[in-house]
Design a protein around this ligand. Structure first.
Ligand SMILES: Nc1ncnc2c1ncn2[C@@H]1O[C@H](COP(=O)(O)OP(=O)(O)OP(=O)(O)O)[C@@H](O)[C@H]1O
Length: 472
């Protein structure tokens, strides 16, 4: 009996292992150059070649030898946690991170075998300026590995005076590097998560942010694993959109608000459609939108971002992480993740931009969506607009933003426009036939939340209504 049980357990474990292996491959989590971790490895190689002075353990993660996680020549690297070898660290976190990634392959025809997946992986051959990736060229990363001493020198030993932000997972410091560049140094906090999990999250976020290359997404300058985990990011002098909308007595002028809205839409459209891999941000909110010197919006904090395989309509995740008030119903009820959850969050963000009200009102606990819906239905600008703006806004732009918001916050995912359409709506370039075509191009998400039948004609009717309201 006991032997039988052990055999059963073994076979279950081996099945589970096979499943994990399959999902790992499907998701590109194999140690391929296009996976988040793969990117990290490439970047290490690349940054190593032009950054020999930083004495990073040469291609430590690619080597079969166990090499130290942090800078080996650093005097201060001594604790066990800092000395953990890359290989062991990465191997040990793989299984864990994959287990957390609950995936439901929805398409019966989705049969990506390991073999054809491998064929799809770009073959990388390092060259002087970058990597040729079968048909496209990846520029050599401009970012590098920093020592703790460099970060400490930049921030006056992480002086609290230099702290410019604090989120749930990190403290962010302003720092000036030796070459004079001002950067933001995001120091991940030690609390809450176990080390393996923190390292896993760090590597995923690093891999993702390293892929992203768009004027409306935060730019990585480098990272450091020396005495803690750090991201070094381009500094955004105006801080976050949240601080501009809710934390300042000054009223943010409409021109900037509109520019920011367009920038976020452009950045999201890039993440969903033009990024090397289809990416869902999962935590679009005002405090994750940073503002450059010219008030260019920069989408930041890729801590929850997920790759999504091209042929999958969506996947299901657990646990459900994100920010209350911005979460689409199908996500917080069922954990369903696809582009449309970012579209919903963007709709909430548009409402915040229009009103300067928070996604959830702290006193009344009312969501901005519930509050705004009746006004959006009436197309009533004066009821909804931030009263501090007075009449200082462009009526047409305001109506476009309102109507786009109302479409983005639709409770049925398939009725929300995609980000390409959103951009067209915001710019006033919408032509129903064009929009309908765009909508049909992407796989339609399955909506497990609502059993109503939503055809493309009801979507078209929404667009027609939209146009009519704009003409009013
Ligand atoms: N590059 C930057 N330039 C200027 N300020 C920044 C920068 N990055 C972050 N900040 C500030 O630090 C705050 C916290 O950063 P961030 O959201 O990345 O931390 P987090 O712990 O990941 O947050 P969350 O609680 O959403 O997980 C931001 O809201 C912003 O005010």
């Amino acid at each position: 009996m006991a032997v039988e049980e052990t055999e059963k357990k073994k076979s279950k474990e081996s099945k589970e292992q096979q499943e994990i292996e399959l999902h790992r491959n499907d998701l590109g989590l194999e140690d391929s150059p296009s996976s988040p971790r793969g990117v990290l490895r490439i970047a290490i190689m690349a940054s190593d070649t032009d950054n020999t002075s930083s004495n990073y353990s040469s291609c430590s993660s690619c080597s079969s030898e166990d090499k130290p996680f942090s800078n080996t020549r650093s005097k201060n690297v001594s604790s066990a946690s800092h000395g953990l070898p890359w290989n062991k660290m990465i191997e040990s976190i793989k299984k864990k991170s994959i287990r957390r990634f609950t995936v439901i392959p929805l398409l019966a025809s989705y049969e990506l075998t390991r073999k054809n997946l491998r064929r799809k992986q770009p073959k990388l051959s390092p060259s002087e300026n970058g990597f040729s990736c079968e048909g496209f060229f990846m520029a050599k990363p401009s970012w590098r590995n920093f020592t703790y001493e460099e970060l400490a020198a930049a921030t006056d030993d992480f002086d609290p005076e230099n702290m410019i932000g604090k989120g749930g997972h990190a403290e962010v410091y302003r720092g000036v590097l030796a070459d004079g560049e001002t950067v933001a140094i995001k120091k991940l906090m030690n609390h809450a998560k176990e080390e393996e999990e923190r390292v896993s999250d760090f590597l995923s976020e690093l891999g993702i942010i390293a892929h992203v290359n768009h004027p409306n997404a935060a730019r990585l300058r480098g990272f450091s694993c020396d005495r803690g985990l750090h991201f070094v990011l381009e500094y955004s002098p105006h801080g976050s959109l949240a601080s501009m909308l809710f934390g300042s007595d000054e009223c943010l002028e409409w021109k900037i608000r509109y520019k920011v809205a367009l920038g976020i839409a452009d950045g999201l459209s890039y993440l969903h459609n033009a990024c090397p891999r289809r990416m869902i941000h999962r935590d679009i909110k005002a405090s994750n939108i940073l503002l450059s010197r010219e008030y260019e919006a920069q989408i930041s904090d890729f801590g929850l971002a997920k790759w999504l395989p091209e042929n999958w309509a969506h996947h299901v995740v657990f646990p459900i992480e994100g920010t209350f008030g911005y979460m689409a119903p199908e996500y917080f009820i069922h954990g369903i993740v696809d582009e449309k959850i970012d579209v919903f969050a963007f709709g909430v963000l548009l409402l915040e931009i229009i009103t300067s009200r928070r996604a959830v009102d702290t006193a009344s606990r009312q969501s901005i969506v519930a509050w705004a819906k009746p006004f959006l239905e009436k197309n009533s600008v004066e009821d909804i607009v931030d009263p501090r703006l007075g009449k200082e806004f462009d009526q047409t732009e305001m109506k476009r933003v309102m109507l786009t918001a109302s479409m983005c916050i639709h409770h049925i995912a398939t009725m929300r426009p995609d980000m390409t359409t959103v951009l067209q709506l915001l710019r006033g370039e919408d032509k129903p036939s064009e929009l309908q075509k765009n909508q049909g191009e992407r796989a339609v998400s399955v909506n497990a939340c609502d059993l109503q039948d939503h055809t493309s004609s009801s979507y078209l009717n929404e667009l027609i209504r939209h146009r009519k309201l704009l003409m009013e």
